[in-house]
Design a protein around this ligand. Structure first.
Ligand SMILES: *[C@@H]1O[C@H](CO)[C@@H](O)[C@H](O)[C@H]1NC(C)=O
Ligand SMILES: *[C@@H]1O[C@H](CO)[C@@H](O)[C@H](O)[C@H]1NC(C)=O
Ligand SMILES: *[C@@H]1O[C@H](CO)[C@@H](O)[C@H](O)[C@H]1NC(C)=O
Ligand SMILES: *[C@@H]1O[C@H](CO)[C@@H](O)[C@H](O)[C@H]1NC(C)=O
Ligand SMILES: [Cu+2]
Length: 673
């Protein structure tokens, strides 16, 4: 939401033609290559020979190959490679087309008009064009002059508008809000409050303007977050610290396939989802083979509703993946800070509005993490006079991407552990969206201000962040079931027992989708995806467990328009049968959507999910009440979840993990205080 970095604008303006040889061994799940993006563009243009600027590419990505074909290819790579296809959402002559391009036979194999509610992802180019409009618009210039501001210090950003029961709009529009720099780079802290510019994205023109009220522009002083702009006093600087891996990393990257320790998985990039982890399997030492865990995992939607009802704010209920592109908003990672010294970096590509490939340098980093944690340990003193101590340091593998959606930075980690766990974390940092206000002290406030007074004339607005993950687990095969192991308080019937109660585990296998909708925090239960067709030697169902790290739920009414669109957050957990077209929890067309294509709607069919190929959806959330420490830049706040083996192995696989050898480094010796 939606100031764009200059570096990106430069990048877009200098649309270089990038010629990179196609991969020697292309994996069927590899993201489209630059050459493939160019090919898709050429093929679409050959069918629509209108001025090329009339065809705007809003999404271009790999069309998911048929899952069964991928799985059989995986078993036998001499078998037929799945056909390579691209899925395109383009606006042609102001209508939405869904186009599938086959890259093997070089032609369009499907082209459908979409005329339902909702619009595709916004492109960077149209946002940049929209943001520039107010600066040349006379009524806006007058508003700036009236406030005594310098127009050259004004910057603007576009916001998607949602849906609030209006008649259907035939237009794709954004509201453009403007900010004042003048001595700071932290534009978001200095809103030119009260002025709303409505822009028709298709025509690139202003179709609405309102200057409703004048409140003071919050002062710039104290808002700059750049190190170079800070003045003494400073806290004492820490001593140098680093991560040393003298023998290099223990992982290998072959194209986009990553192998580390007992893990093997594929990493791809999608402009809407960001990182996609596929085909994650883990080597079982006892069975002497790799076993499937996760067919595909990614962020399906990110819903950010604000709670401010003022005219300039009420509509701010964003879908960061479906409207802005969680992948599109990814930013280059900074070596040594965003990722440790031992990280390796990977580029990605997306299609610009004109369909040309655009390089995103250093978008992923991959590194082994050794943060001083313990994988397992025990000290035993039960035998008098003898102490046994066994400790293993924790070393994990992390794949990281940061998406900066306007003011917010989301740090996404997929972390693989030798224990078989996949730990997923998201960290939120960056800048708050604040509203300008007349107030300078909390005691003056006698009305609802929908937020916290963070600084003079500055209210940090209440809001939420909900991330919905699509987790297509295939635990030891694709026929799986969802099991809720409820901990049930049980009264003791036996009068002889000194205990009155205990809890026992009562497992329920979900038969249909309605059995698997769960609001966390009320029930006490373990949540498992099991393979009901396979059991351990002990006779337990082979499974993986979801350990939720967040129990957060919406605090809005179900009939609130934003909650109708965001209904997929009504439960923390949903399970659906695998369906290739059910990828985007907020709907394929999220911008101005009406909630008719969400996970909540699909789930109403109440399909059978027992012993089927199923998808687990988990929503984690943050209710964000701003505090003064979030200003002018927020320290990272994190949440996440873990997928952890549950009767998947016969016993603890980490027992057979050898700790890495000690690294002899001159400054590294045992110290005492
Ligand atoms: C686009 O619209 C124009 C004007 O309405 C029309 O002449 C043209 O045939 C249309 N092109 C396509 C590809 O639909
Ligand atoms: C897959 O999901 C879509 C959208 O919910 C639906 O229209 C379609 O019928 C489903 N396909 C199958 C085979 O169930
Ligand atoms: C590291 O130091 C230890 C103790 O001084 C020594 O036993 C070991 O051989 C050294 N390892 C290497 C690789 O130099
Ligand atoms: C670290 O090692 C270097 C090189 O051996 C040495 O010059 C330096 O004094 C050491 N620093 C500390 C804090 O021990
Ligand atoms: Cu927040």
């Amino acid at each position: 939401m939606a100031l764009l970095p200059n570096s990106l604008i430069l990048l877009l303006l200098s649309t270089l033609s990038i010629i990179i040889p196609a991969h020697q061994h292309q994996h069927p799940l590899d993201s489209l290559t630059p050459a493939e993006f160019s090919k898709v563009r050429a093929i679409v243009h050959s069918s629509y020979p209108i001025p090329s600027h009339a065809t705007a590419f809003h999404y271009v990505g790999l069309e998911d190959p048929n899952k069964l074909t991928v799985l059989s290819w995986l078993k036998d790579q001499t078998a037929k490679t799945p056909p390579r296809q691209a899925f395109v959402i383009a606006r042609i002559n102001q209508t939405t087309h869904e186009i599938t391009v086959d890259l093997t036979v070089n032609k369009i194999v499907s082209d459908k008009l979409y005329d339902g509610y909702g619009y595709p992802l916004l492109t960077f180019e149209e946002q940049i064009a929209a943001n520039a409009l107010p600066l040349k618009y006379a009524p806006f210039l007058e508003s700036i002059r009236k406030r005594g501001l310098k127009i050259e210090e004004v910057v603007c950003g576009g916001f998607t508008v949602g849906w609030y029961g209006e008649e259907r709009r035939k237009k794709r529009i954004v509201r453009v809000m403007c900010y004042y720099l003048d001595g700071t780079v932290n534009a978001y802290t200095r809103p030119v409050e009260g002025v709303t510019v409505t822009v028709d994205l298709e025509e690139t023109k202003i179709i609405g303007f309102k200057d409703r009220l004048t409140v003071p522009i919050p002062k710039g002083e104290g808002t700059d977050y750049r190190g170079s702009k800070q003045s003494p006093p400073f806290l004492a600087q820490l001593k140098g610290i680093t991560m040393v891996q003298p023998d290099g990393p223990s992982f290998t990257i072959d194209g986009h396939r990553i192998r580390w320790a007992n893990w093997d998985f594929h990493l791809s990039f999608d402009s809407r989802a960001g990182p996609i982890i596929s085909l994650a399997s883990i080597y079982d030492l006892q069975k002497q083979k790799f076993r499937q865990v996760l067919y595909k995992g990614f962020v399906s939607e990110l819903f950010v509703p604000y709670m401010d009802l003022t005219e300039e704010w009420y509509y701010r209920t964003f879908f960061d993946a479906g409207e802005y592109g969680y992948g599109l908003c990814a930013v280059p990672l900074e070596p040594f800070s965003d990722c440790p010294e031992n990280a390796v970096f990977m580029d990605a590509y997306f299609a610009g509005q004109n369909g040309m490939p655009v390089n995103m340098p250093d978008v992923f980093c991959i590194f082994e993490k050794h943060a001083g944690d313990i994988t397992w340990r025990h000290t035993e003193t039960i035998k008098p006079g003898e102490e046994i101590r066994e400790v293993r340091p924790e070393v994990t593998l992390v794949v990281r991407m940061v998406s900066t959606v306007g003011n917010y930075d989301y740090i996404n980690d997929w972390e693989f552990k030798q224990s078989g766990s996949i730990k997923v974390t998201v960290g939120l940092t960056g800048l708050l969206e604040v509203r300008g206000t007349v107030y300078t002290h909390n005691d003056q406030i006698k009305e609802e201000v929908y937020g916290t007074l963070l600084a003079e004339n500055t209210v940090g607005a209440h809001h939420d962040h909900f991330l919905t993950y699509h987790l297509d687990l295939d635990v030891d095969g694709d026929a799986n079931s969802f099991v809720k192991s409820n901990l049930q308080m049980t009264r003791v019937a036996d009068q002889m027992s000194p205990r009155k109660s205990f809890w026992r585990v009562v497992s329920e296998t979900a038969k249909t989708e309605s059995d698997a909708r769960i609001r966390l925090g009320v029930e006490q239960a373990d949540l498992l995806v099991v393979n009901p067709n396979k059991r351990t030697d002990m006779g337990n169902s082979i499974g993986y467990r979801l350990i939720p790290g967040s129990l957060t739920r919406p605090v809005l009414s179900d009939d609130d328009y934003s909650q109708i669109r965001g209904a997929f957050t009504n439960y923390n957990v949903w399970v659906t049968p695998y369906n290739k077209s059910e990828k985007w929890a907020g709907g394929l067309y999220a911008d101005q959507s009406r909630g008719d294509d969400t996970l909540a709607r699909w789930s109403l069919r109440n399909r059978v999910i027992e012993n089927k190929d199923i998808v687990l959806w988990y929503t984690l959330g943050f209710h964000h009440v701003p505090y003064q420490e979030d200003f002018p830049v927020m320290p990272t706040v994190s949440s996440g979840f873990e997928l952890r083996p549950a009767n998947f192995f016969e016993s603890n696989p980490v027992l057979k993990v050898k700790p890495p050898p000690t690294v002899n480094w001159s400054n590294c010796s045992r110290k005492y205080v």
